[in-house]
Design a protein around this ligand. Sequence first.
Ligand code: ATP
Ligand code: MG
Length: 758
Amino acid sequence: RAASAPAYLEGLNAEQRRAVETIDGPVLVLAGAGTGKTRVLTTRLAHILTLGLARPGQILAVTFTNKAAREMRERIGGLIGESVEGMPWLGTFHSICVKILRRHAEAVGLKRDFTILDTDDQIRLMKQVIQAADLDDKRWPARQLAAYIDGWKNRGLTPDKVPSGDAYAFAGQGDELYKAYQARLKTLNAVDFGDLLLEVIRLFRENQDVLADFQSRFRYMLVDEYQDTNVAQYLWLRLLAQRPEGAGPPNICCVGDDDQSIYGWRGAEVDNILRFEKDFPGAVVIRLEQNYRSTSNILDAASHLIAHNEGRLGKTLHTQGDAGDKVTVTCAWDSEEEARLIGEEIEQLQRRGESLDDMAILVRASFQMREFEDRFVTLGLPYRVIGGPRFYERAEIRDAIAYLRATLQPADDLAFERIVNTPRRGIGDATVRTIHDVARARGIPMMQAALELTESEELKPRARSSLRALLDSFARWRGQLDALPQAELAAIILEESGYTEMWQRDRSADAPGRLENLKELLRSMEEFESMLGFLEHISLVMDSDAGGDEEKVSLMTLHAAKGLEFGTVFLPGWEEGLFPHQRSLDENGRAGLEEERRLAYVGLTRAKRRAALFFATNRRIHGLWQSTASSRFLDELPESNVEVVDTGSLRTSPSGYGHSRFDSREPFGSTYSTPGWQRAQRNKDRAAVRNPWNEPPLIEGEVLARSTGAESGYAVGERVFHQKFGYGRVSAVDGNKLTIAFEHSGSKRVLDSFVERH
Ligand code: ATP
Ligand code: MG
């Protein structure tokens, strides 16, 4: 056989080849980053086709992203020297499930042309369900319900299967609302994202003939990134892999790396990979130990780092490549300098002839992208954002900017329309249509039309009063344009409009990230002369999407970088609180820390030749300049593979817990060591920037300053809601204490932090 082995087998090492050629029965490839798992999977597919063991339509191949599916399709073509026609079942779990559901829609009570709801539609529908159950959707936000339902769906739970403890969540009606929501979806002939898997599972369970048909169709099953499958995906695979008695085991090959399980927060279960051998008795487990991607300096650094995790199988990894450059750790003064340094290095690499396509910046949190995008626009460096919108194109940023535009430019109808009912304030579609009609008929801007409408009987009283309140707010904000620094005014606008609060009350997984993005937006505004200057800058950035095939630097989150590789990888923001992210530590303790560390491992192992880590000693967090401590992950890197780049910031840095070899100065909190520049900045912050995010300030003195002299943002006459006393109207304001005439509990004096606008 060896003599006539197809060319595509030749480059493989012995173990990889075994993984490709062990065609029959269950196979698990459990191996570290860059060992060729994806390559094995692709080659295996080519091999099955070449040997004629199955037609393209008889192979199920699951990838983690659509992009990965496209790449795999292309590579297979390259390997077997002809383009692969078909391969209809190569894709993500979701895309494959859509295909199955379209064929069998009727069997689960859908029509063939069912629609797939996006998140916005999903939320809108849930809101209706909540209201129909006579619940106040302000107290019980739809996004929170969505988070519960998505969680149940990820775990493969239909409404009747939700465990009783869980079901009680959300006003004690979680499971009932879930049921009602599913019923609404059915009448609309729609499914949401999570349903795609669940409905197919139901289809299979309730229609043995359909299941049997797919079971015999899929002669070979291949799954990449198996460590990040959730329970629903796992159940789905298990059903398809069942074989009738006597038929022999299924030909299923899963590849993964327990050290790269990074979607636990979205319901992924690393256990799925750990129990493969139990699920599929007789499974062949193959370990690949040679890394083909990275230099030994990078690989050793990554292996040493991940060895700090306890819950892992443990693997050996080695490379035959050169030692290469050491992993660098650079200390920047702040995030602006960090972006500048990285920009300079990219330009330098470019001058040396390296392609921008081969460089990537991987961030922990999406708000970090803003600084880089601004820098790249300034430098004229083409870039792409992978796995998500560019910073200024994110929904929350567009909303915030719409508020600012509508404040500054009252004739900006698009901006006004975008936020007139965001957050929801009872100005429904019908009202907006009326405003539209009046504006068009009279040739005036919508805001002016709206103003006129508040003085007529045209609109329903509720819509009229909320519209008037909104227009009053805009007038008030406009009046402050010259008096307040733009970032401060913007913070006030987002706070008073209820926009910030909308995301604060949101319980979905992406809400905290959106709040961070909003903070970052405010931060970025400070660098401009005026609100107008800022808005002009934005339109420039939004316009800079130089398309085409030109080379671009890639910018993405660490989560989106899974499976990818680049010559040079920049990893900024290695600071305590940011990476590891405070939220993971707070919510999941040790397990959270370990998931963060796996993320660091994923980041480092994306690099082929060069990995450059950065941390800033000052970062604006919660609207205040903070001295930051370098990430504990930096301390966990082996000294022999790391080189510290001293740009000067390291020496002058006042930061650090004193535990780190990267910044061993006074312990945090010793403000006496703070240089004048920073002290001045802090004082300015204290005076100028209100903290609209309701988060505990990080400086002790702040707490006192705020809770004593604070002025309430409430005005007499405002309608509010109090958790205990219900609805009422503010009758007097004294600092942060309000006197409220409650509708059912009389007049009471309460602290403003216990009520919310209504
Ligand atoms: P990850 O865990 O990051 O997903 P992986 O295990 O899937 O990594 P691949 O992406 O398949 O690894 O391979 C990493 C790199 O090594 C790729 O550039 C691939 O082409 C190369 N490679 C894999 N096997 C070999 C080999 N036998 N000879 C040469 N290069 C190889
Ligand atoms: Mg891979």
